[in-house]
Design a protein around this ligand. Structure first.
Ligand code: 13P
Length: 274
C-alpha cells in the first residue's frame, strides 16, 4: 500500500510545562526562519503545530510562523462558569488559538481526565471552532496483557461518540496515538507496532463515523519521536504525523522531524489530487 496523499502530514510540538515567554518567542522566531527557508510542501502537504503552555499562548499566536497553527494543551468543556483554575474554549478562541490537545495521557494519569469529560471537550472544541487533537494510548501493563487494541478502541468510542459525523472532518479533528510506555522513556514503538495500532484506529474511526471520513482524519504517532526515527515511522501508510515532546523543545531537533516529513512528501508524488 502506498502512503495516502489525501491527508497532510502533521508535525506537532507539545511543550508540556516548559518554556518561559522569552524562550517561547525565541523558539517561534527560529522556527519561522526554518520554515521560510523550506517553503516547499509546508502548509499544504506538511502542517506544523505548536502547543505551548497557557502562559505563552497569546504570544505564540502573535509570533506564529506563517503556515503553522497554535494549539493549547487542554481546556474545560464549558464556555464559562465557576471552575477555578480552568480555561474555556471561548477564552482560547478569543486569543486566536487554532486547536486543542485533548486527553493527553499525562492529563489522564495525573489529573483524572476521563473519557466522559473528553467526549464533552471534543464536542465543545468543535463547536467553538477549535481543532481537536484527541490523544489515545495504552499503558505498558495493558500492552503486556494483550489489551492494547481494546483500550484504544474504547478510548476512541467514548471520546468521539457524541461528535456529529459532519464535524468529524469539518472540525479538523486529528488523533494522536501515544503509547504511554513510549512517552519520555526513549523507547519508541517500532514502526510495525505503531502502524498496526494506527490501522486499528482507522478501522475504529470507520466504525464510529464511516470509511470515507476515517480516510480523511490524520492519525499522529507520539512517544520518543526524534529526527533519527521520524522518517521510518512517517513512511507507514497510516502514520500521518508526529506529536513530539522532548525533541520539540529545541528548533534544531524539531525541524529535523519536519525535515523528515518534507523529504517524505518530496518522494511521494501528489498526483495533483490532494
Ligand atoms: P516525548 O516525545 O518526550 O516522548 O513525549 C511525547 C508526548 O507525550 C507528546 O505529547
Amino acid at each position: 500500500m502506498t502512503k495516502s496523499t489525501v491527508r497532510p502530514i502533521v508535525i506537532a510540538a507539545n511543550w508540556k510545562m516548559h518554556k518561559l515567554r522569552g524562550e517561547a518567542m525565541e523558539f517561534l522566531d527560529e522556527l519561522a526562519t526554518y520554515m521560510d527557508e523550506h517553503p516547499q510542501g509546508l502548509g499544504s502537504r506538511v502542517e506544523v503545530v505548536v502547543a505551548p503552555p497557557f502562559t505563552s499562548l497569546e504570544l505564540a499566536v502573535e509570533h506564529c510562523p506563517p503556515h503553522a497553527r497554535i494549539y493549547s494543551q487542554n481546556m474545560h468543556q464549558d464556555d464559562h462558569g465557576a471552575f477555578t483554575g480552568e480555561v474555556s474554549p471561548a477564552m482560547l478562541r478569543d486569543l486566536g488559538v487554532d486547536g486543542v490537545v485533548l486527553g493527553h495521557s499525562e492529563r489522564r494519569q495525573y489529573f483524572n481526565e476521563h473519557d466522559g469529560a473528553l467526549a464533552e471537550k471534543v464536542v465543545a472544541a468543535a463547536e467553538f471552532g477549535l481543532r481537536p487533537m484527541l490523544c489515545v494510548g495504552e499503558t505498558l501493563e495493558e500492552r503486556q496483557s494483550g489489551a492494547a487494541e481494546d483500550v484504544v478502541r474504547r478510548q476512541l468510542e467514548t471520546a468521539l461518540g457524541d461528535l456529529d459525523v459532519i464535524k468529524a472532518t469539518s472540525s479538523g479533528l486529528s488523533i494522536a496515538y501515544e503509547p504511554v510506555w513510549a512517552i519520555g522513556t526513549g523507547e519508541t514503538a517500532t514502526p510495525e507496532i505503531a502502524q498496526h495500532l494506527h490501522a486499528v484506529i482507522r478501522d475504529e474511526l470507520a466504525s464510529i463515523f464511516n470509511v470515507e471520513i476515517a480516510e480523511r482524519i490524520s492519525v499522529l504517532y507520539g512517544g520518543s519521536v526524534k529526527p533519527g526515527n521520524a522518517g521510518e515511522l512517517l513512511a507507514n501508510v497510516d502514520i500521518d504525523g508526529a506529536l513530539v515532546g522532548g525533541a520539540a523543545l529545541e528548533v534544531a531537533s524539531f525541524s529535523g522531524i519536519i525535515g523528515a516529513a518534507l523529504d517524505l512528501v518530496a518522494a511521494t508524488p501528489s498526483a495533483g489530487a490532494r
